[in-house]
Design a protein around this ligand. Sequence first.
Ligand code: HEC
Length: 157
Amino acid sequence: MKKRMLTGLTALGLAASFAAMAHAGTVMKDGPTPYEVIGGMSVPKPLTDKPGDPANGRKVVANRKKGNCLACHKIKQMQDFLFHGEIGPELSDIAENMPADEMRLRMANPKVVNPDTIMPAFYKSKGLYRVMKKFKGKSILTAQEIEDVIAFLRTLK
Ligand code: HEC
């Protein structure tokens, strides 16, 4: 009797710790600043305190040395740029299909969502090898640029 109760308690304790694990985030430390991933899907907390600027986000998306998103994604609202790739899904109505917290992880490190993706991790600065000296320790985009791109993506509907 006593033994059975103890086993029951242990099971309860285990269930509780699994529940806690599901809620607790994973802190990613491979970028310029750490950020917390919840449920392997989303980064709810913005990377900066300053709200994103959609106009600058649009520029970062188009810039071949920064986001270069059009190399892989079609965005109808950016017809002023000629070439749009089709390697990734079209983003013309992404605001209706994906919340900002999930966009943030896609931008920061899409490999957390899909280890096989060819989309670059825009907020990864550590664990890269063979990077040119001037890029050492730097991510492709800054925290603010990522927030700006998210603000722009939020306008795509
Ligand atoms: C080298 C190609 C490439 C580049 C450059 C690229 N992506 Fe992607 N992206 C992909 C692919 C492929 C996917 C499909 C999902 C996957 O691979 O996991 C994707 C998925 C996404 C998704 C999720 C779309 C959905 O409907 O699920 C978003 C949002 C996104 N990319 C935004 C961006 C933004 C913004 C940029 C520029 C800052 C960018 N991507 C640059 C290839 C790319």
